[in-house]
Design a protein around this ligand. Structure first.
Ligand SMILES: C[S@@+](CC[C@H](N)C(=O)[O-])C[C@H]1O[C@@H](n2cnc3c(N)ncnc32)[C@H](O)[C@@H]1O
Length: 261
């Protein structure tokens, strides 16, 4: 299924990331504090992956900032931060959160396929959990490459097809509905977050990031571990869960330096 920009935008306008189930009124300081606490309770790995403090004084762009909780960490650490997201509602929440914390950032509503930033500009482009929701993810990656300085870094996370975590969605929307011939890809596309969501094979992930050098792929089984730890009888299994079956793949790479003439 081709991903339509409008439907992705509408979905994230209605369901801004990390904002469901928060007890406080949207936009209040307590709302933002609870969201931030919950995010890193479940996804502590993000700290070691993003290395927020490493980017002090550097230009950082977040593509698909959602509600900007990671963006806030870059700003707190002293980076010069910029962000873009398709969803106007998410952009407004991100602006409000940074403003309440007395932090500055340039945050725009827009499409990662056409970044409104100059070429060779950023030291880091960060994009956590975005490309698998985006129309034409390879165009977004090409734009990220363009706006990065030669030698600049990309850090991203995409959904990986390998994980049994997706079976839950398949059981719910295929098996239990008697549609047993429906493929896993179709179920993810029709029922997991915004319309058209994809989970990439390892080959597709390598192809997507092929422009970059020094690539490192780090499986991040955060969803799976959260599930196992929530169930007392299963929590011991969390220590043995094979990382290669992670539903999330964190990707780290560099735009190659220009060759000297
Ligand atoms: C799952 S949320 C992740 C948000 C944030 N990075 C986080 O980790 O909380 C996906 C976000 O990507 C945005 N998005 C998807 N495709 C995009 C694109 N082509 N350009 C900009 N933002 C996009 C959506 O609007 C949504 O806010």
């Amino acid at each position: 299924m081709a991903i339509i920009r409008k439907s992705v935008e509408e979905y994230w306008d209605k369901h801004p990331c990390d904002s469901e189930g928060i007890a406080f009124p949207e936009g209040s300081l307590e709302f933002f504090e609870e969201r931030e606490e919950k995010r890193y309770q479940g996804q502590a790995f993000i700290h070691s992956f993003a290395q927020f403090t490493r980017w002090r004084g550097k230009k950082v762009l977040e593509v698909g900032c959602g509600c900007g909780i990671d963006l806030l960490q870059f700003a707190r650490a002293g980076a010069e931060v910029y962000a873009i997201d398709l969803s106007q509602h998410s952009v407004e929440l991100t602006r409000k959160h940074l403003e309440l914390c007395g932090l500055r950032a340039e945050i725009k509503q827009g499409d990662g396929r056409d970044l409104p930033f100059p070429s060779d500009y950023f030291d880091l482009v960060y994009s956590w959990g975005v490309l698998h929701h985006s129309p034409e993810p390879s165009k977004v990656v090409e734009e990220i490459y363009r706006v990065l300085k030669p030698g600049g870094y990309i850090k991203g996370m995409v959904y990986s097809h390998n994980s049994p975590a997706w079976l839950k969605t398949w059981f719910e929307y295929a098996l239990l509905k008697g549609r047993i011939f429906t493929s896993l890809s179709r179920v993810i596309s029709e029922h997991y977050e915004s319309p058209g969501t994809r989970a990439f094979t390892m080959g597709q992930i390598k192809q997507l990031f092929r422009l970059f050098s020094e690539l490192k792929f780090e499986p991040a089984p955060l969803r799976e571990l959260a599930f196992l730890k929530k169930h007392r009888a299963l929590s011991w299994l969390a220590n043995f869960y094979p990382r290669c079956l992670a539903a999330w793949m964190a990707v780290d790479g560099r735009r190659p330096e220009r060759k000297r003439g």
